[in-house]
Write a protein that binds this ligand. Structure first.
Ligand code: PLP
Length: 345
């Protein structure tokens, strides 16, 4: 079989959720937007629901509807983008809780679904989503009278605990929610790691569940093994791949493996990335093609059947570093061609 294998360890996801949950007294939710960062929202969410998670977060109402089918009734599903015109039938049918981001969304919501629950998203400084202080003070008493399911905001710099923006946003959030009895939520993975001041009533970890930074103690969740399709021996001075960008400096043995940028192996990682046999690194050589990567296996004693590109030794953040990006982008780029296998269910 030529298809690459993507293994997702649900036991590791469970353990990561439990470890993050143990760091606070808040209720721990789970962010499963973008199909659980590309790893499969249905599998991840049902696993975490069995583990005790009761609050899930998605970006779009449509994602929420798919998730509801997987989870069934019971767990709450919050929608970060709030209530957009046209969303009412989905929000109602799938019993979603929109996190309202503006006066306009509030109006859309109360007009179309007057008795349906909602939460509020506040902008404490990130300038991305949520009501700003002035808008919120105009709406506050009206909104609070309807007992919102949650009042939340999001930190812009939580991956840098020392960044002064964190305190600034915390103080802004505290001021905006002074005297509020509704459950409050400020922290994603990074905020959980910053300590109890940031925890409030509900936390919203995403990337940490999937083995990514800033949760440096996370267990690795994803493993990708690429079958070797062909092996060739090069003389000194021969080149590999598009643009002749790599030239052998010694007689070399080059393996071609079956995955490329169409599978989310970012082209920018080309020069810096390794593929592994156990813990032995073999450098990727030449440009990453759409479906193939060349690997220098000259120093291996035997030719293996496959090489690992993602796993315990080269994790999502190492691979991200090689491409000059973040683990989040590596995970969400992985694509649909892999033979996916879930273990540890
Ligand atoms: C994506 C997201 C999260 C999860 O963030 P991680 O850094 O992946 O833990 C939490 N809250 C909001 C509003 C988000 O957009």
């Amino acid at each position: 079989m030529a298809v690459a294998h993507l293994t997702i360890d649900l036991a590791a996801v469970r353990a990561n959720w439990r470890t993050l949950a143990a760091q606070s007294t808040a209720e721990t939710g789970a962010v499963v937007k973008a199909d659980a960062y590309g790893l499969g929202a249905a599998q991840i969410a049902t696993t975490l629901a069995k583990e005790g998670a009761r609050k899930f977060f998605v970006a779009l109402a449509e994602e929420g509807a798919t998730l509801r089918t997987a989870l069934g009734p019971g767990p709450e599903i919050f929608v970060f983008s709030g209530h957009m015109p046209g969303d009412a039938p989905i929000i109602s049918a799938a019993d979603l809780t929109p996190l309202l981001n503006s006066v306009d969304q509030m109006l859309v919501h109360v007009e179309s679904l007057p008795h349906h629950g909602f939460g509020i998203q506040l902008d404490s400084g990130m300038n991305r989503l949520g009501m700003e202080p002035a808008e919120w003070s105009a709406l506050r008493s009206l909104a609070l009278a309807q007992a919102p399911a949650m009042i939340m905001s999001h930190l812009a710099c939580a991956d840098e605990p020392e960044h002064p923006m964190n305190r600034q946003q915390l103080e802004c959030f505290l001021k905006m929610t002074e005297g509020v009895t509704a459950p409050r939520s400020l922290s994603a993975t990074g905020g959980i790691l910053m300590g109890s001041d940031y925890h409030f009533d509900i936390t919203r970890p995403g990337v940490g569940l999937y083995g990514g930074l800033p949760f440096s103690d996370a267990l690795p969740v994803v493993q990708i093994d690429l079958p070797i399709i062909q092996v060739r021996d090069l003389l000194e001075g021969e080149t590999v791949g598009y643009g002749n960008s790599w030239r052998s400096r010694r007689p070399s043995r080059i393996a071609t493996v079956n995955a490329g940028y169409a599978d989310g192996i970012l082209r920018a990682a080309g020069g810096q990335m390794h593929l592994l046999v156990g813990t032995i690194p073999c450098p990727a050589v030449g440009r990453i093609s759409m479906d193939m990567i060349g690997v220098d296996i000259t120093d291996l004693e035997d030719t293996p059947d496959s090489l690992q590109i993602l796993g315990p030794t080269q994790d999502v953040d190492s691979l991200a570093n090689a491409a000059g990006t973040i683990g989040y982008e590596v995970l969400t780029s992985l694509g649909s061609r892999y033979n996916r296998r879930y273990i540890g269910a």
